[in-house]
Design a binder for this molecule. Structure first.
Ligand SMILES: [Zn+2]
Length: 284
């Protein structure tokens, strides 16, 4: 029952929808049609969709404690310092019997959809596709911009884009979507004083936990910008893990505070998508 012999793919998305003609970073958009097609392809290939906390739980069950069996309850305690405590699922749906299902069907492959930033398009355009396909996702929200706009991107010359509102985040949590933190204001964490970086990281967790009344377990480094000291701050803040933007896959020796992903962009057509999945599966 070596789930992580079979590797775990984390996909990186930002916004759902067609990109506006004058967008500075069109790569951040993925059309509804492509998003839907990509999910359907993975489902047809037998992939099980997990949130990152579910993935961590599966990993811990595999490597950090006695293997679970399909009939046991999901939480298993362990003493290994590299392993985390059992995850508190964010939603009613979070505890869906994913681990039991995974055990029952050893051949299953695992994938996780992640969105960085918290664009409102995830709610207005993505959620219906996620629900329709009966999958889940993890959304990394910039905590101080709930109900606001993408101010950091506007400074970089991007068009204005609305961010998720609190009630929309709550509705998505109910639909089984996990929320992670993406700092308070989206800075380059290695380019600001450590004290400020610490506040950006630790406070974004606290703010989201208070506003949404859930546990925030995962973190995404803005611009994928991190170093060893930033990583330590994330760990110290109480996160279970963090994702980066470098290409790769999660396997047994994964660094949980620098989890690699597969970036999907506006020009990732169906052929390119399939090639990306194939490449990370067999060459990383
Ligand atoms: Zn970002």
């Amino acid at each position: 029952m070596n789930y992580f012999k079979r590797k775990f793919i984390i996909l990186l998305y930002h916004k759902i929808g067609d990109y506006p003609e004058n967008a500075k970073f069109p790569g951040l958009y993925v059309s509804e049609k492509n998003f839907d097609k990509q999910i359907k392809y993975l489902k047809n290939k037998g992939y099980v969709f997990l949130t990152l906390s579910e993935m961590k739980q599966l990993y811990d069950n595999e490597y950090c404690s006695e293997p679970i069996n399909a009939n046991s309850d999901l939480g298993t305690q362990n003493d290994n310092e590299y392993c985390s405590k059992p995850i508190n699922a964010n939603s009613d749906l979070g505890a869906q019997n994913f681990a039991a299902d995974a055990v029952k069907n050893e051949k299953k492959k695992f994938v996780s959809i992640t969105f960085d930033d918290g664009s409102r398009s995830i709610y207005t355009k993505g959620l219906e596709i996620i629900k329709k396909n009966n999958v889940n996702a993890t959304v990394f929200m910039v905590s101080d911009l709930i109900g606001g706009v993408n101010v950091w991107d506007i400074k970089n010359g991007e068009l204005k884009d609305e961010m998720l509102k609190q009630d929309e985040l709550l509705e998505m949590i109910k639909a089984g979507i996990e929320i992670g933190a993406h700092t308070r204001t989206h800075p380059h964490l290695t380019m600001i004083p450590e004290e400020n970086a610490n506040k950006e990281i630790a406070d974004s967790k606290k703010i989201l936990e208070e506003q949404l009344n859930i546990n925030i377990n995962f973190f995404a480094y803005p611009y994928g910008d991190y170093n060893e000291s930033v990583k330590k701050l994330v760990e110290k803040a109480g996160f279970e893990g963090a994702v980066i933007t470098k290409t790769g896959i999660v396997k047994r020796d994964a660094d949980f505070f620098a989890l690699r992903r597969v970036a999907i962009r506006h020009n990732t057509d169906f052929f390119k998508f399939k090639r990306k999945i194939f490449k990370v599966k067999y060459f990383y």
